[in-house]
Design a protein around this ligand. Structure first.
Ligand SMILES: NC(=O)c1ccc[n+]([C@@H]2O[C@H](COP(=O)([O-])OP(=O)(O)OC[C@H]3O[C@@H](n4cnc5c(N)ncnc54)[C@H](O)[C@@H]3O)[C@@H](O)[C@H]2O)c1
Ligand SMILES: [Zn+2]
Length: 682
């Protein structure tokens, strides 16, 4: 490339990037994916490196992308709010590691990994423990003072707790909107639009994604509207002149002690291999979190070393972001079909012109619910963007409006069940439409039986989907309880091509499922929102279906980890006459509807008799509760505070350093999870 060509290319790239930045930060629109954007920026960076004389002072490679608005008071940041350099591959990470190693000239170092939360950067200033100011990142040097809006976030403490809170400090946080709030607000908008439709009024726009929604909401003028949107925040950094801590990890622990919301997902890593293991670990797991994340932030742990490494004008040299790449493609939307699930929820599915995506050919993509069709504003013949993230089913993320056909009609959600024709209903506050014909709608009946026999439930593996459908069609069964009265002769007589052996195997499999423990039977029954883990919790707590069915709302909510949504669903289930009839039939089948009597430890087993334990931190193989139960089962006593009389401190990961210090000072025996396990009888 000649200098002249390079100059032209640099100018073109700069203009393009500035345009995308403006759209992204000011109008909350992503015209290209983050990956495409980051690649353009990298290209510009490289050109500037090769032609340093052509580098412009205000190049987008040299400054933070955001801007300040005129709607709020503009304030200068005490510490600049920088960007993070980013990477999409492991090679870049090892290069980063090399640079750190070189920069630290042979000193030992370690990293802390955190998830990269996808929201908006906030700076919060505390004076004498009181929240004084909350500011957006803006252009990095100055931001918008949005203190009033920030005070509506319930997880941001107005006053820091604890005795050792410094007089003056600042924290960095990511403000975000949880996916649940995002869905709730979009539901409200959809309901409002139904009203508007009837009144012939214009529709309101749906929120595009949680990140845009958070950015827009934090900058609203009316704080009461901001409050109603229930924003949230994670705090990830502490800054002050006089550091009370030496390491970033300790800062996170301190922040937690002072009452800040610190995500427990961070982890110390001794080297790049451990960093990469962390990245792998969270690649799929992050979709279980209540908010969107788009990568991992890797930070040098020692604050002194962070200072040694310093920053460029745009980003610190002691940190890097690894971004998970969402694979995406563009293809034609051919049609929308509808599936009915076991709960009766109707899910729209996009049928696509086959397209290559992340190594597989994709023909279908999930559209979640009616809101999604409206939000995406899907029209017949549209070209759509499809993405494959951690979910197995790809999803439609947008429409290429430049290719919309003239006179294309928008898609409308169906009004009747595609399977049984019953009019669909929408429950208040829920995004999905339901077919209310629970007992007569084949996919629902079949779905419930499939769920019942699934491996994590009753584990009857001789019963495949097709077999269940046949048995329903010929009238051998009406619901899962009928399985238990099936006889070999009937099976052979009524089912086509069904051999003696298979029939025998099936009956034996069904019979064997009578030994499946109650917790899994409870899961198999298929109460909404009662997944395998919740079922386990409920079973251990109530010990029988009878007791669970009699529990009132308050009792249910008081069970650890059982929220209002689950409690209400359980109550609705047991009040439903159809379900009551099902439970009556289930009682006749001989499946386990209660837990066996709890065994008391025998005298020989009471190895912890007279001993006291404190359990602290996070463990690999047990939850804290399980550990406590084990101690009690073997005769020990669990206490909450460390004293001289204490016998053992069972220490997991992330235990507060002050606890450890105290235990060491009082010479209490500290045991690891493994050491504790070794103490247990075989
Ligand atoms: N698609 C587009 O059109 C478009 C346009 C402009 C920018 N972008 C995207 O925006 C990003 C650039 O924005 P940026 O300069 O704000 O950088 P960045 O978002 O990549 O990184 C810096 C920010 O990360 C956030 N963050 C989240 N979790 C964190 C944690 N645990 N520790 C520290 N920081 C954490 C902070 O808010 C911080 O300000 C890029 O990812 C780019 O792809 C996209
Ligand atoms: Zn139906």
């Amino acid at each position: 490339m000649t200098a002249e060509e390079a100059k032209k290319k640099i100018a073109a790239l700069t203009e393009q990037i500035n345009h995308y930045n403006h759209q992204y930060y000011v109008n909350a629109i992503s015209e290209v994916t983050d990956y495409e954007f980051d690649m353009l920026l990298k290209e510009l960076e490289q050109l500037e490196e090769e032609h340093p004389t052509l580098k412009q002072e205000d190049s987008p490679t040299q400054r933070v992308g955001g801007t300040i608005t005129k709607n709020f008071e503009t304030v200068a940041h005490t510490y600049p709010m920088l960007s993070l350099s980013n990477s999409y591959n492991e090679e870049d990470l090892y290069e980063f590691d090399q640079r750190v190693q070189k920069g630290l000239e042979g000193e030992e170092y370690e990293y802390v990994c955190e998830l990269k939360f996808d929201g908006v950067a906030l700076s919060l200033t505390y004076k004498n423990g009181i929240l004084k100011r909350g500011v957006t990142r803006g252009d990095g040097a100055q931001g918008d003072d949005i203190t009033a809006n920030i005070k509506t976030v319930r997880t941001i403490p107005l006053k820091a707790q604890g005795k050792d809170v410094p007089d003056f400090f600042e924290v960095r946080a990511e403000g975000f909107m949880s996916r649940a709030s995002f869905d709730r607000i979009n539901n409200d908008i959809a309901e409002e639009n139904i009203r508007r439709e009837q009144e012939g009024k214009k529709h309101l726009n749906m929120l595009a994604n949680p990140r845009n929604a958070a950015a827009g909401t934090f900058k609203m003028q009316d704080s009461s509207v901001v409050a109603s949107r229930q924003l949230d925040c994670y705090v990830y950094a502490y800054m002050s002149e006089n550091d009370p801590v030496e390491k970033h990890e300790e800062a996170l622990q301190k922040l937690k002690e002072w009452g800040f919301n610190v995500s427990p997902s961070y982890q110390r890593c001794r080297n790049m291999d451990e960093v990469i293991a962390y990245i792998k670990k969270w690649e799929e797991k992050r979709f279980e979190l209540p908010l969107d994340t788009d990568g991992v932030v890797i930070k040098v742990n020692h604050i002194k070393q962070q200072k040694e490494l310093g920053s460029t004008a745009k980003s610190p040299r002691w940190a890097i972001a690894y971004k998970y790449k969402a694979e995406s493609a563009t293809t034609a939307l051919e049609s929308i079909t509808y599936q009915v699930g076991r709960t009766g929820a109707v899910t729209p599915v996009a049928n696509l012109a086959p397209v290559q995506l992340a190594g597989t050919v994709v023909k279908r993509a999930s559209l979640h619910n009616a809101n999604e069709i409206e939000r995406l504003d899907l029209h017949e013949g549209d070209q759509v963007f499809v993405e494959k993230g951690g979910e197995i089913i790809p999803k439609v993320t947008g429409v290429d409006l430049s290719q919309r056909l003239k006179d294309a009609k928008p898609f409308e959600f169906i009004h009747a069940c595609p399977s049984c024709g019953t009019a669909l209903e929408r429950k208040e506050g829920e995004a999905a439409y339901y077919c209310p014909n629970e007992l007569g709608c084949l996919p629902q009946v079949k779905g419930r039986i499939e769920h019942f026999v699934a491996r994590k439930a009753m584990n009857i593996d001789s019963l495949g989907s097709e077999r269940i459908e046949q048995m329903l069609e010929v009238g051998l069964i009406k619901d899962a309880t009928d399985l238990y009265s099936l006889r070999k002769v009937d099976l052979i007589a009524k089912l086509e091509k069904f051999k003696d052996k298979s029939a025998e195997k099936m009956v034996a499999g069904i019979d064997a499922s009578k030994e499946i423990p109650f917790s899994r039977v409870l899961f198999a029954i298929g109460i909404r929102f009662v997944g395998a883990t919740v079922a386990e919790k409920l079973a251990t707590h109530f010990r029988s279906l009878e007791a669970l069915s009699k529990a009132d709302r308050e009792t249910l909510i008081n069970v650890p980890e059982i929220g209002e949504k689950i409690a209400d669903s359980i109550l609705a289930f047991f009040q439903d006459p159809k379900q009551q009839a099902f439970i009556e039939k289930l009682k006749q089948t001989g499946v386990q509807l209660e837990m066996p009597e709890q065994e008391e430890a025998t005298v020989e087993e009471a190895i912890f008799e007279g001993q006291t334990f404190v359990v602290s931190g996070v463990f690999q193989d047990y939850s804290r509760d399980e550990l406590k139960k084990l101690i009690q089962r073997y005769g020990g006593k669990v206490v909450s505070s460390i004293s001289k009389k204490l016998n053992y401190l069972v220490a997991g990961d992330k235990m507060g350093p002050s606890k450890k210090e105290k235990a060491e000072k009082l010479e209490v025996r500290i045991v690891s999870e493994q050491e504790f396990k070794d103490m247990l009888p075989l």
